[in-house]
Design a binder for this molecule. Structure first.
Ligand code: GRF
Length: 222
């Protein structure tokens, strides 16, 4: 377990822009997260997340999935690198590859993902458009532990945003993303502090402050 003299060793897996990676980098730099990002890994050589890591002198690796015969071989290479860098926590941050059950089981309890919807509603892709089409009044973001089933797994934290009458998938995605940047560093902070534990599908946060009557109503009608 991490101690003050040995901050949590975090690996972040990205495929694209890496704005969530940036939020985690900033969270480590500010001291919010008692940890250090020891590796940024991407399946996409063009991912801007790789560039972000380099700007912060964080080691990077690219494992181009197109060069691997199948998912198992690709995931084995990911596992090898994550072990080599001695990652204690693996954060998926816009990582657009489905991982094998073997991989998720290997890192069970130390593998997190962020998803731009209020799971278990709207798993999968194009979820902002799905939320708009379904007519829900709220959507949001979820940080969860990863299990073999895609976008399932015990939920650590969620943020809720309204779905507005004139929303497009892009405007809703931007509103959700701003909240992702708040909750992912929080979830990683709690993990690094050793405050998260699992009971079945439920995640317990030790010493949590809860607002017993918290509620949002949208639209207000006024
Ligand atoms: C985020 O919306 C994340 O929830 C989803 O992919 C997007 C990645 O954005 N899985 P970024 O690469 O972190 O900017």
């Amino acid at each position: 377990m991490p101690t003050p003299s040995s901050p949590l060793r975090i690996a972040v897996l990205v495929s694209g822009s890496g704005s969530n990676l940036q939020a985690l980098i900033d969270g480590c730099a500010s001291g919010l997260i008692p940890g250090q990002i020891v590796l940024v890994l991407s399946n996409n050589p063009e991912a801007f997340g790789i560039e972000r890591a380099k700007r912060h002198q964080i080691p990077t690796e690219v494992v181009n999935h197109r060069l691997y015969a199948n998912r198992a071989a690709f995931d084995q290479e990911l596992t090898r690198l994550l072990e080599q860098y001695e990652a204690q926590l693996v954060c998926l941050a816009g990582f657009m590859r489905v991982l094998t059950a073997e991989f998720t089981q290997h890192f069970a309890g130390r593998l997190l993902n962020i998803h731009p919807a209020l799971l278990p509603a709207f798993p999968g892709l194009h979820v902002q458009q799905q939320a708009i089409d379904a007519g829900v009044r709220f959507s949001g973001a979820t940080v969860h532990f990863v299990v073999p089933e895609v976008d399932a797994g015990p939920i650590v934290v969620q943020a809720v945003v309204p779905v507005l009458a004139d929303d497009t998938a892009d405007s809703l995605a931007a509103r959700i993303l701003r909240q992702e940047h708040r909750i992912y560093p929080l979830a990683v902070r709690w993990f690094a502090q050793g405050r998260l534990s699992l009971t079945g599908k439920r995640v317990q946060l030790r010493d949590a402050q809860e607002e017993r009557e918290a509620a949002l109503i949208h639209p207000s009608g006024e």
